[in-house]
Write a protein that binds this ligand. Structure first.
Ligand code: AMP
Ligand code: MG
Length: 314
């Protein structure tokens, strides 16, 4: 067996597995998943299984370490999000969702953010012909169901964690990105979140602050997209929006963001030759929502086998 100077701390792993706080949070997360999946199916969303390997994945809007799997010369990537597969899946179904494991090799400085893992799960959904408003409305109803359901089925766990999560009250406030900058400055997320006592939508994000696939609004400067910001410093839990679906617009947006079309070859080919439908959708971080419900200081407590940036785990 090869000697390695970096070894997994077995004590750390077992301590985590036996931690009652972790056990309670993982049970709550299991209920979040059950309720969300049932809700979306009742709303007519068809569940797809996750795509883990692909030649094309989300370019993201922040730096992560690149990961390519060399499959005997075939250049696969690990999925950072299923955004392009979601758009293509709408050629088959009108509404889809995936409980999607994402690998994002976040930089080590994210280890103490409390919000980052380098393997996490988002419930990722997309609906044909939907608007941003449709998705915000769907999520508001879904969050009410999740909080109601968890309060009912996880009484013991919530009591152990000593939390009493309040059922959110739709409609959530909408805050324009540029108004948030005016009020709190460029790095506003934490301050805005600290000031909230209900989740709030951050909307109209400037074109350069997001990936090329969120739809440009007619003003040519901001996007028809949104984040959901949780109260009390918990921060962003959802990103989503309406999507670009026309070939020329996608190419224009790639040029503005400096994304090389060659890296998106088959996606662009399908868009050009077959077309994809207009759509809107979003993804919410299951660990982040669970962390908020459970009042935890780090998302790592929501997983039995967390991948904390910069640390070695099993
Ligand atoms: P994004 O579209 O990149 O904003 O990702 C969608 C959602 O996934 C975010 O709003 C978070 O809730 C969650 N998320 C993104 N990155 C991470 C991460 N590194 N660790 C945990 N959750 C994450
Ligand atoms: Mg985001």
């Amino acid at each position: 067996m090869a000697e390695s100077s970096i070894v997994v701390s077995v004590e750390k792993v077992v301590k985590h597995l036996k931690d009652h706080k972790v056990k309670a949070a993982v049970k709550v997360k299991s209920e979040v998943l059950r309720i969300a999946e049932n809700f979306l199916k009742d709303e007519g969303y068809v569940e797809l299984l996750p795509t883990i390997l692909s030649t094309v994945t989300d370019p993201l809007n922040h730096d992560v370490y690149e990961v390519t799997v060399d499959y005997n010369g075939l250049p696969y990537r690990l999925t950072q999000s299923m955004i392009f597969h979601k758009q293509l899946a709408l050629l088959a179904f009108d509404k889809i969702f995936i409980t999607s494991p994402n690998i994002r090799l976040e930089t080590f400085d994210k280890s103490t953010s409390g919000r980052h893992l380098f393997e996490f799960v988002q419930i990722d959904l997309e609906a044909r012909e939907a608007t941003r408003e449709d998705i915000m409305n769907l999520i508001e109803r879904l969050f009410v169901e999740i909080f109601k359901g968890v309060r009912e089925s996880c009484k013991e766990e919530l009591e152990f964690l000593d939390v009493d999560p309040e059922i959110p009250k739709p409609p959530f406030k909408k805050v324009k990105y540029l108004d948030a900058v005016k009020e709190y400055g460029e790095k506003f997320e934490d301050k805005l979140s600290m000031d909230l006592d209900q989740p709030a939508w951050l909307i109209d994000i400037p074109i350069l602050k997001r990936e090329f696939y969120d739809k440009l609004s007619p003003n040519g400067e901001t996007l028809l997209d949104m984040d959901l910001i949780l109260p009390r410093g918990y921060g962003e839990v959802i990103s989503g929006g309406e999507r670009e679906y026309e070939y020329d617009s996608i190419l224009r947006r790639m040029a503005i963001k400096g994304n090389d079309p060659e890296n998106f070859e088959w996606y662009l080919k399908i868009v050009k030759e077959y077309g994809i439908p207009p759509s809107a959708g979003c993804g919410f971080g299951v660990e982040r929502l669970t962390r908020y419900i459970c009042g935890l200081d780090h998302v790592k407590y929501t997983r039995l086998f967390p991948k904390v940036p910069g640390e070695l785990w099993v």
